[in-house]
Each structure stands twice: as C-alpha cells, then as structure tokens.
Ligand binder design. Structure first.
Ligand SMILES: C[S@@+](CC[C@H](N)C(=O)[O-])C[C@H]1O[C@@H](n2cnc3c(N)ncnc32)[C@H](O)[C@@H]1O
Length: 274
C-alpha cells in the first residue's frame, strides 16, 4: 500500500469520501475476481472471461505466489498487463500518512518494566494507538479492554481516569490487580458491552483496540447515540457479525448509488500480523 503525505489532503472529509467512492466502485466492478471463494471452483467465471490472465496466473509458482501475496502492488502491475483496470489497485489503496513519529510512539509506549503480562506486540500496538490519539482531553472508556493493556497505556498519557469494560471476569480481576500494582488510574468493570441496558458514562472518549466485528460497531453505534464527544477505534475481524452482510455504517456511504454490500464470508480480512 502506498502512503501519501498528509499534506496532500485539501478538504479531508471530501477527499476521503471521493477516494472511498472510487475504491467502492472499483471493487464492485471487479468483484468477479475476489468474491468467489478460492479453491471452491476449479474454473471460476473470471478465468473463462479472461483466458490470457488465467494462463498467466496458472504459471505463477508457489514461491512467487508467496512473494506476490506480500506485495499486492506487484501483483496488480503484473495482472494489469492483461486487464489494465486492475493496475489501478496501487493508486486506489494509497492512503494519507497520518502515523505519529517514531519518537512520539516510543514516548507513549509503556516501558517494559511496567508492561507485565503484556506481549511485545501488544505493548507496541497500544503505544502506537495512544500516540495516534493524543492529546487526550476527556476521561477514557476502553471498550472490550481485556486485561487493560491499552487502558494502562492510555492512563500514563491522560490526566483523567481510564475505565474499561470487559466481560471476562478473570481478565477484569487481573487487569485491576496490575493497575493497583503499578499505581495506574484505571478501573476495569465486568460488563457485556452488547447488553441493550448498558448506559455509557457521559462525556467519555470511547476507545477500542481489536474489538472484533459487532463489538467495534457496537461502540460506534452506542457511542454516537449517547453523544460521546470522541470515539477512536482500531477495528478488526469485520466478518464477526450476526448480520449476513457487511454494511458500511456511514450515512453517506449507505446512500451511495452502487454501494458494495459484502456477504460476511468475504470480509474475513487478515488481522493476524498486520
Ligand atoms: C481481541 S480482544 C482485545 C482486547 C484488548 N482490547 C486488547 O487489545 O488487548 C477482545 C476482547 O473483547 C472481549 N469481549 C468479547 N465480547 C465481549 C462482550 N460482549 N462484552 C465485553 N467484552 C467482550 C473478549 O473477552 C476480549 O478480551
């Protein structure tokens, strides 16, 4: 994925929306390539429609396959020779570089000595998330907080207390124990965040890291209904939803003529090491 400098955005909302529309329309136009489940059909319809492309793909070795999987822009350039519109992949997936500087991330990351029970990648992810949403001006509500790794990371860079909601009582107990041990202004509560009778504390900044599917959608829905002043989510596992079809949440996206609605099986994006 190409990363554009942030300064290339003039009106961020408009530019985001027109970019999103172009990507939506391109995905819809090419869904014959990506929607059929791999290895389910010996000859998917696109192979009959584009026999030269099918021959090119059939020659790709397992080793090349691995390389191309990690370099989708190279794959797009290769298949773009046969189907030129596929080469637009790189342009359409280019996003503005809004990442904080490495020094800001390292400043917001809990030092290893305070990161008890926190796997290395979780420590780095929580620090990057915290750096990306600073400054924190409201009390923070960590949605599906697990053991509170993010909550404890945020508490170190936030003047206000941090609360966490998590339904696993064992994680809540452990998280509260760690917060007390390290003197963090963090309190975790046992709560099913999907319970309809949940009342969100007013004025809080809702955050969610790796809250899968319906969980992050729940924060976005409940948080906006409750008028929370700010929501920051780093979502994952879009296919983990009770709905059969993935639907965008934005009103503007939903009203777009030609909105792409995906059966949830095709939304199982790779979340593992990204
Ligand atoms: C992938 S983990 C992420 C944990 C944490 N945010 C982090 O990044 O370390 C998802 C968490 O959501 C919790 N969870 C799942 N469903 C929930 C629900 N309905 N209510 C509250 N917590 C839930 C799980 O127990 C788990 O701790």
């Amino acid at each position: 994925m190409t990363v554009l400098p942030a300064a290339s955005l003039n009106d961020p909302a408009e530019s985001f929306y027109s970019h999103w529309m172009a990507l939506n329309d391109w995905l819809r136009e090419h869904r014959g390539f990506w929607q059929p489940a791999p290895f389910k059909e010996p000859e998917p319809p696109w192979a009959r429609q584009y026999p030269d492309l099918a021959r090119l793909i059939a020659k790709v070795s397992d080793e090349q396959c691995q390389i191309l999987e990690d370099a989708p822009a190279r794959l797009a350039a290769m298949v773009g020779v046969q189907v030129p519109s596929l080469a637009r992949y790189e342009h359409l997936t280019a996003v503005a570089d809004l990442r904080p500087a490495a020094s800001e991330v390292s400043q917001a990351t809990l030092p290893e000595v305070r990161a008890a029970d926190m796997p290395g990648r979780k420590r780095g992810q929580s620090g990057a998330f915290a750096a990306a949403i600073r400054p924190l001006e409201q009390s923070v509500l960590d949605w599906c907080c697990g053991k509170g790794h993010l909550a404890r990371t945020l508490a170190a860079v936030c003047e206000e207390p941090v609360q966490g909601l998590e339904w696993n009582a064992e994680l809540v107990r452990e998280g509260n124990r760690l917060a007390v041990k390290y003197g963090d202004a963090v309190s975790l509560q046992c709560q099913d965040v999907l319970a309809e009778d949940l009342v969100l504390p007013p004025g809080f900044h809702g955050v969610a890291l790796h809250a899968c599917g319906d969980l992050h959608r729940g924060l976005m829905r409940r948080g906006s209904e409750a008028g929370l002043p700010r929501l920051s989510v780093s979502p994952c596992c879009y296919h983990l939803t009770d709905a059969d079809t993935y639907r965008p949440m934005s009103r503007r996206a939903v009203s777009h003529n030609g909105i792409l609605l995906c059966p949830k099986v095709t939304c199982a994006l790779r979340c593992g090491k990204r």
